[in-house]
Design a protein around this ligand. Structure first.
Ligand code: 13P
Length: 253
């Protein structure tokens, strides 16, 4: 059975004390819940919050993710944070290749491939983001765009490590816009992503990979998305900053 995953991406929000408060209150809710073994709750926090947040949650229930890591392993790269540093703080996942990083910080698929390799080298699970822009949706190239992102970003990932990778489909036009992909649009792409993974690796592997949907997931649209066969959970931005909303989205799965 594939893992069902609810992952928050706080992006560049909250001060450390506010983040710890949010993580602690989410933790409090889950302390009374018996999670099924295949359900994973993840919160993606700023680098500055990782240490305090890992100490504020029960790691058997809630995993901490970083939102990025360096493509380099160590050395003279001022301002960069290496995968092993993230690992040493107790984080378990790293969001890699988010469209905000691709668009604002110029990350290419080959940089993303290296970041994924660094995660795997350090026993971190990358959450690889992919997705098309509004223009690419409109001109009909969206399947090709996502396929090319996957092939290039996974160029350094072998059959062993792909099973330690989560994929998140995040159509850029749906991020922070309130425009969610319809459950049918999302399912169509998730099914396609699984097919691409089967082509690169094999069908058995593709069937085991969790593929999350991200882009304006809210308590009132989560359930209809999660009901779809190939949607294994969500990567949640804005709504993950509100404890009640994040918990309602968990309840939807
Ligand atoms: P929103 O849920 O705010 O649209 O953000 C989605 C996202 O970018 C998660 O990584």
């Amino acid at each position: 059975m594939r893992n069902k995953i609810i992952a928050g991406n706080w992006k560049m929000n909250t001060l450390v004390n506010q983040g710890v408060q949010l993580a602690s209150s989410i933790n409090e809710y889950f302390s009374n819940i018996k999670l099924a073994p295949h359900v994973k709750i993840i919160i993606g926090v700023p680098f500055t919050h990782i240490d305090a947040c890992t100490k504020s949650v029960d790691f058997t229930k809630i995993a901490i993710a970083a939102q990025n890591c360096s493509q380099y392993e160590k050395g003279a790269y001022t301002g960069e944070v290496a995968a092993d540093m993230i690992k040493s703080l107790g984080a378990q996942y790293v969001i890699v290749g988010h469209s905000e990083r691709r668009q604002i910080f110029g990350e290419t698929d080959s940089i993303i491939a290296q970041k994924i390799a660094n995660c795997h080298k350090n026993a971190l699970f990358p959450i690889l983001c992919c997705g098309e822009t509004e223009g690419e949706r409109d001109d009909g190239s969206y399947f090709d765009v996502v396929k090319n992102q996957l092939i290039a970003s996974l160029a350094l990932t072998d059959k062993f490590n792909i099973l330690r990778t989560v994929i998140a489909y995040e159509p850029v036009w749906a991020i922070g816009t309130g425009k969610t992909a319809s459950p049918e649009q999302a399912q169509e792409m998730h099914e396609y992503i699984r097919k691409v993974i089967a082509e690169i690796y094999n069908k058995d592997i593709a069937d085991q990979i969790s593929i999350l949907y991200g882009g304006s997931v809210k308590p009132d649209n989560a359930a209809e998305l999660f009901l779809k066969d190939d949607i294994d959970g969500g990567l949640i931005g804005g709504a993950s900053l509100k404890k009640e909303d994040f918990i309602k989205i968990y309840q939807a799965i």
